[in-house]
Every structure is written in C-alpha cells, then in structure tokens.
Design a protein around this ligand. Structure first.
Ligand code: HAM
Length: 420
C-alpha cells in the first residue's frame, strides 16, 4: 500500500535542510546579537487561545480537534498568542523587557500552493514590556538586519493601525465594523472595502504611501481627527529612529495585517518573484493581548518570518548557502583492515572532525567517487603497507595531492585546517 504525505506538507532533503540551516543560523545569530533568547511553546493549545483574538482569517484556517478527554485543541496557527499565554503563566513577575525568539512549525488549513503550506515554519520574536517608539524601531530594524545578513533584497512597509482605528473611532465606526474593514484591507478586497466605507477620508488614508513625506500628507488629511493624529505622531517617531539607524522602509498606511490583535505600528516585508506569496514577514504592536489572556496590561511588539518563504526568496535571488562538506572519508583498501579504519575514524571524530567511512564494501575507486559526491575535503586511504609503518595515505580532494602521514599526526592536520 502506497501512502502519500498529507496535502500541504513537505519532505525536506538534506540539500534543502542545508540551505534552511544556513538561513536559520543567520536569523538566530541576528536575534541573539540583540540579546533575544530562545523559547519553545507547545505545538497544540486550547483552541480558545486562538479563536479569542486572532481574527477571522486565522479562525477559518485552524486545525481543530478533540482529544480523548473531549478537550477542544488546535494545532498552533501562529505563536504570538502562545507566547502571551506563557508570559501570563510564568513571567509576569520577571524584570522587563523580556526578549524572546522562537522557530518552529505552524499549521493553517489553507489551499496549498508554492510558498503556502499547511505546515510551515516561522522564526519570530516577541518583545514584552516596553511601549515606546524605540522598541518598535528595534524590532523593525532587527527584522531588516536578519535579511541583510542573509543577503536578500526586500522592501519593508510600515503602517500604524492606531491611525486607522483612531480615525474610525473619531468617525464613530464601531469595533465590529472596524475589524471587518481591516480584514478587507488585509485581503486587498478593494471593492468590498469601498462598499463598506462611507467616509472618503478613510480611503484617502488607506491609499497613502511613500517615504517620510507621507506622514506630512497624512497630517493634513487627519487634522480634525485627534486620536488618529496622536498615533501618527508615534509613527513619525518610529520612522525617525529607523532613519537614524539606516533601516530603509516605505510608509504604507494600508498595511492592515490579517490578525486582529494589533493595536499600533504594523509592518510587512515583501520580496519580488514569489507572486502572491511575496510577504515573507509580518509583525506589529499588540498592547492588549496579554490582558485578554488574564495578565496585567503589558505592552508588546513582535514579528514572524515566514521561514519557508525566506528560503524561497533566497533561491529566487540566486544566493547560495555554503556547501555541505565532510572533513574525512575513510577508505579501507581491503576487508582485513576495516577494524583499523574504524579505529582511525573514531579517533578523528573524537578530535572534532566529521568523518564518513565506507559502509558498502566498495573498492577504492568507488569510494573515491562517493567521497567526491559527499564533498569530502580529504580521504584517508588505509592500506596494509602503510599501516605496517603506522601510516595512512591522505588525499586532498581539492588539489588531488597525496601524501603519507603518521596516524599520530592526523590530529595536526585537523588543527591546521581549522586555523588554530
Ligand atoms: P502572519 O502574518 O500571520 O503573522 O504570519 C507571519 C508570516 O508567516 C507571513 O508573513 C508569511 O510569510 C508566513 N506564512 C503565513 N501563512 C503561511 C503559509 N500557509 N505558508 C507559508 N508561510 C506562511 C503572525 O503569525 C504573527 N504571529 C506575527 C507576529 C509576531 N506579530 C507579532 N508578533
């Protein structure tokens, strides 16, 4: 019986994993350079955690199931709600700010296509405690730095839901309709949006984009809407900080985000060439979510990379990860000396080298082909004549050069290669 993998899931080959490891390494290194620390939250939670405030978009796509005790559970569609729950359960009395990062699979029952999967990975951060523009700016520039460090070209769009919600409040639009409008904006459903909006000023603001000058234009449009204006001032401060640390951005007042918990600054990062899946990162400020889960009012801001899309963009832009290589392939020339070959392999591993050894009883020529295939840096040829002198033949796979070396001196070779 042939069983196939479930729709929307993937098997990842060592080549793909090599690339993913490299990209993950750069992202994690950047997170840690800002002193963010790793955390892990469960892959499934009570469904309620996400249905409360994640928004229609997420609710429609949740994997919900009942366990044997009839609890309603859900495979996590994202991690921000889990991190807030974890904060309320464990960290309320810890000194702020808390700087967390995570990397792991998320699950959404969406229509699969390239860049859109039912099981996909996110690498994200949550900064809990501070509320000022500085913390928004830190999070945005960190996202940007991660991608710069990988070598990606991208565009970062910043908006502010406080401006939109403030304006809607000033216009007397209720919370339910506000969510509906923001949902239509996020999905880019222009017609639905125009049908919902009765106020020209709202469409003017949503359509506003540009550099920092967009803030000046927004100021003119919003001059009689006080709540919107104060949020605009906050956005302006965030942009000044981004200018100071040379983070490039465009202002897009139409950035709405599919999740309902955002209260302030929101941002998205886009890349060319991935079609409808061009959004590789999304985030923003969510100052009321922790309170919703029973915690003290605690401001927070964060983002998540769609990790698979970052890797797709990496391919699309022709960036290459360093090739996977193995330090040594050990090649016994005959069966009788396998034991000695094994001993040499374990000795090299003990010294920290990565070592592969023939497991297919191949002849030397075939082992050489295999070694080239797995990108071996050196092959240790173990033959009876050399062994008798406590030596092996070391072949450098790059230059093709060979030399006989004392087994005791193999250690020296590793140290030399690592530049120690
Ligand atoms: P999100 O925009 O829903 O935000 O997801 C973040 C990123 O995950 C998206 O920008 C996209 O690249 C990727 N993504 C979403 N769905 C899929 C899918 N089906 N297949 C592949 N990639 C996908 C959040 O999840 C928030 N928790 C981000 C956040 C953290 N906000 C504050 N803190």
């Amino acid at each position: 019986m042939k069983i196939e993998k479930p729709r929307g899931t993937r098997d990842l080959s060592p080549e793909e994993m090599g690339k993913r490891r490299f990209v993950e390494g750069e992202i994690v290194r950047t997170f840690e350079s800002y002193n963010y620390r790793p955390i892990q939250v469960p892959t499934f939670e009570h469904a309620e955690l996400f249905s409360l405030k994640s928004g229609e978009e997420i609710r429609q796509h949740m994997y919900v199931f009942r366990d044997k005790s009839d609890r309603e559970l859900c495979l996590r569609p994202e991690a921000t709600a889990s991190v807030c729950r974890m904060f309320v359960e464990n960290f309320q009395n810890t000194q702020m700010p808390l700087k967390f990062y995570y990397m792991g699979p998320m699950f959404r029952y969406e229509r699969p296509q390239k860049g859109r999967y039912r099981e996909f990975w996110q690498a994200g951060v949550e900064l809990i405690g501070p509320s000022g523009a500085r913390s928004d700016a830190e999070v945005i520039s960190m996202a940007s730095k991660c991608l710069e460090n990988i070598g990606l070209k991208f565009e970062l769009e910043v908006g502010h839901l406080g401006i939109l919600r403030g304006l809607m409040r000033d216009l007397g639009i209720g919370a339910g309709k506000q969510d509906e409008l923001i949902n239509a904006m996020d999905k880019g459903e222009t017609e639905r949006l125009e049908n919902l909006v009765e106020h020209e000023v709202l469409l003017d603001i949503i359509g506003l984009n540009g550099q920092k000058d967009a803030v000046e234009r927004a100021k003119t449009i919003l001059n009689s809407y006080p709540s919107a204006l104060s949020a605009l001032e906050e956005l302006s401060q965030i942009l000044s900080l981004l200018d100071e640390n040379a983070t490039s951005y465009v202002v897009n007042m139409g950035v709405a985000r599919g999740l309902e918990y955002y209260t302030g600054m929101v941002f998205e990062i886009m890349v060319n060439g991935l079609g409808a899946q061009s959004q590789i990162c999304g985030g923003g400020r969510y100052d009321l979510l922790i309170e919703l889960f029973g915690g003290k009012t605690t401001p927070a801001v964060g983002f998540a990379f769609g990790f698979d899309r970052v890797v797709d963009a990496f391919d699309e832009q022709g960036i290459k990860a360093p090739e996977a290589a193995v330090d040594f392939v050990v090649a016994p020339v005959s069966d009788e000396i396998r034991k000695d070959a094994d001993r040499i392999a374990s000795e090299l591993r003990k010294q920290g080298a990565s070592v592969d050894i023939d497991l297919m009883d191949r002849k030397l020529g075939k082992i050489m082909e295999y070694a080239a295939n797995v990108n071996a840096l050196q092959v240790v040829i173990v033959g009876p004549k050399e062994l008798a002198k406590s030596e092996v033949t070391l072949r450098d796979m790059k230059t093709g050069g060979q030399e006989n070396v004392k087994i005791a001196n193999l250690k020296f070779k590793i140290e030399k290669r690592n530049g120690k």
